[in-house]
Design a protein around this ligand. Sequence first.
Ligand code: 4AD
Length: 467
Amino acid sequence: GRRWTRVEDLSGTLADEEVLVRGRVHNVRGKGKSAFIVLRQQTATVQVVLFVDDVHVSKGMVKWVCSLPRETVVDVRGVIVRPESGEVESCTQKDVEISLREIHCISRSVPTEDLPFLIEDASRPETAFENEKAQYVRVGQDTRLDNRVLDLRTPANNAIFKIQSGVGTLFREALLRRNFTEIHTPKLIAGASEGGAAVFRLDYMKLGPACLAQSPQLYKQMAIMGDLEGVFEIGPVFRAEDSNTHRHLCEFTGLDMEMSIKEHYDEVLDVLDELFVSMFDGLNERFAREIGVVGTQYPFEPLQYCRPSLRLTFAEGVKMLQDAGVEVDPLGDIGTETERILGKLVKEKYGTDFYMLTRYPINARPFYTMPAPDDPNYTNSFDIFIRGQEIISGAQRIHDPKLLAERALACGIELPTIQSYIDSFKYGATPHGGCGVGLERVAMLFLDLNNIRKTSMFPRDPKRIAP
Ligand code: 4AD
């Protein structure tokens, strides 16, 4: 067979060698007896050069190449040359060129003027538009998402989804190292799993009303009651919240874990500490190039994290906020804006963008959360933040079936819909705890992006169900 080369791997060490590359016509321009194609493959581009020499390249060939619409898929055979003018290699553009020998059209795109937008335009950093006189076309979020397939071709987006995949892989690897078992819980369930009204309802054959799971919460706990010891799941989570914000989706990917604990829910935090530090290290090592590519369009400060991770109690957080003149209810929840302020205060004082806030007031937590043994106003619970925004919420869970039923009733849950869950704690129940992580939020905040739709490939929000 023929040997294919990846554009990413082209370099001066291949000078004078022949390569075979499949890519897209990113751009093509002709000039007299020559033509230049910028060939794009995933996050990398390379210039392909044609000169009419009547040996390899004819006049007709130059003309034909110039007629190729952008985005057309082509196979190119040519020889690697170093350009005469000392072109500098950027993160995405290669510093060598391909001197064309042969070119084949594999799949022609629509005429360039019929493209919803040019990848070139969709790849520009925001700073390109700061100058009022800037001539560039800005591609809006809705246009991008309506034409997501094209939008994914921008180098930054391509890199974002590689990094996002890494978040899931590193989560899985860290828990498998600790002998956790990966599970798959049902998404069609009888009742709400997190309480509240935010469930998608549907008809389940002859059994009547059912809903889409708001989380694997009840089932991962039942797996622990089935003596699986430590479990995790990576799967879809459905929330029928009418929240039109930069950080809420109606369907997102949940990274959930649950584990038995011996003495204290700190054991869960210890696992998460190791997990996230190794995840951030892993992302920085494995995706250094992709992180750089994202930075070309969305410049950002690398995430600061410390080891071990910082843990503060909710009360300590409240104190920091009050000292800074922010009003907070010490027994309520703190809102998004206040969380951001606290994130800034924590960064100033401790120099970290990643921290854990523990021991939330009971009013701020779901029914299954374990009250603190020394003070029923608080719970054995935690949230974890990146850059002042929540990515994780977790807790020790109530394992006494009587108390669990009481708390569910108090939170307005219809007991019959969760009876088998409550019953599962009757046959001797192991103390346990765990958490749920939003995959898109981790990717968004690691890269300091401003919208969760940038890290959801086909986002579902109150206004979008297609494509
Ligand atoms: O805070 P949440 O609702 O907690 C649970 O689902 C619990 N069962 C977790 C547990 O084990 N106790 O969701 C967990 C995480 C949040 O921290 C956030 O990162 C993400 O899921 N998340 C969302 N992501 C995108 N869009 C939404 N609408 C989200 N809601 C929560």
